[in-house]
Design a protein around this ligand. Structure first.
Ligand code: PLP
Length: 398
């Protein structure tokens, strides 16, 4: 039927006209749609109950799922060796939705010190106000996790490498502890990226990323992901995302997919640039300490080699002269930008205690190794000598 002859212009301009011919684009289209035309009333009913039952057109509403977002999820799931991945509107939406999906009032969580400040606040404030208690333990001490297990413990949560100290948690030991007590193990693996570390292969149940960082890679989106080791966990977290509404937008999913296509190449460069920068910093007389798991001096170098394939672009360090010297140093840089966030192609530096981790009380912050003068450097993919030269000139002014 040629509808245009019979309908008024008011109706014609808003009519949905889906493509009738098959199209076969190389890059993923942005399906910028909130809803989908249903094949029949029965199709709609089936979708509302269970999208798996609805056949070839499994989309009902874009807070639930979306074809562009599906592709981003497929990519991450493949990279993380998962049994199902969900994409989110931010890393924090991913962290909070994963936790809320499996926790109930009266449950207990074991979490590491240090941990990303947003995660600390979700556990210590939001979830505590709903009756979920968290015990924070030394991230590097597997025995401390084991000893903290209570009758009501439900989740062991870790972050490795940790933001910002680059300390590691032994993932194989943590997953074994979780399995032996029937607990769910979760990791925030943002700092490693799936190129350098695959926690599901080490027995971890849930792998979270702030896809804002390495997965996106260009500092142009806010996004997150959760990859599950079992279809049951995936289904549970899918249901909670649907209700809390932290779904990734199709536009950002497109940028995430584009970023992921170069992830392996970018990580190769981040890994090699960061190692060179870490070695330079370690040899500099005005640098007090460097924390990078690829350095032989890192106390967990052997563990890093065991559970990671590369050591990422993140470095923490302290300069001689502490906080004041550190502040001066980060303001005197010119190639490296002063900004929070990480994992993009540009090198960024920040002061952890006052910026990303300023919300954590000082006592807890220090217990996690986030000292007052600690600087966090996200080494980009620029020519390594340019990054080193910039650091050198700034250190020479101290
Ligand atoms: C390790 C880690 N996890 C989670 C987040 C939160 O991610 P987003 O800012 O995408 O919500 C961040 C943000 O910096 C982070 O560094």
């Amino acid at each position: 039927m040629d509808e245009s002859k019979d309908l008024s212009v008011d109706t014609r301009v808003v009519r949905n006209k889906p493509y009738k011919k098959p199209v076969n684009p190389l890059s993923t289209p942005i399906f910028s749609t909130s809803t989908y035309v249903l094949e029949s009333a029965e199709h709609g009913k089936l979708l509302a109950i269970d999208k798996e039952k609805a056949g070839s057109s499994p989309w009902l509403y874009s807070r639930w799922s979306n074809p562009t977002v599906d592709v981003a999820e497929h990519y991450i799931n493949d990279l993380e060796h998962g049994k199902g991945t969900l994409a989110f509107s931010s890393g924090m939406a991913a962290v909070s939705t994963a936790l809320i999906s499996v926790l109930r009032s009266g449950d207990h969580v074991i979490a590491p010190e240090p941990v990303y400040s947003g995660t600390f606040e979700i556990l210590n404030e939001t979830l505590r106000s709903f009756g979920v208690e968290t015990t924070f333990v030394n991230a590097t001490d597997s025995n401390a996790f084991s000893e903290a297990v209570q009758d009501n413990t439900r989740v062991i949560y870790v972050e490795s490498p940790a933001n910002p100290t680059m300390s590691l948690t032994d993932l194989w030991e943590i997953s074994s502890i979780a399995k032996s007590h029937g607990l769910i193990s979760m990791i925030d693996s943002t700092f490693a990226s799936p190129i350098n570390q695959n926690p599901i292969d080490l027995g971890i149940d849930v792998v979270i990323h702030s896809a804002t960082k390495y997965l996106g890679g260009h500092s142009d989106i806010i996004a997150g992901s959760v990859t599950c080791a079992t279809p049951e966990l995936h289904k549970k977290i899918y249901q909670t995302r649907k209700l809390l509404g932290g779904m990734l937008s199709p536009q950002d999913a497109f940028l995430l997919i584009r970023g992921i296509k170069t992830l392996a190449v970018r990580m190769e460069r981040h890994n090699s640039n960061a190692l060179q920068v870490a070695e330079f910093l370690e040899s500099h007389p005005k640098v007090h300490r460097v924390y990078y798991p690829g350095l032989i001096s890192h106390p967990q170098y052997e563990l890093a080699k065991k559970q990671m394939r590369g050591f990422s672009g993140m470095i923490a360090f302290e300069v001689e002269g502490g906080l004041e010297a550190g502040k001066k140093m980060i303001e005197d840089l010119s190639v490296i930008e002063l900004a929070v966030s990480l994992g993009g192609v540009e090198s960024l530096i920040e002061h952890a205690a006052s910026m990303t981790h300023g919300m954590i009380p000082r006592e807890e912050r220090l217990r996690g190794g986030v000292t007052d003068g600690l600087l966090r450097l996200s080494v980009g993919i620029e020519y390594p000598e340019d990054i080193i030269q910039d650091l050198n000139q700034s250190l020479s002014l101290l």
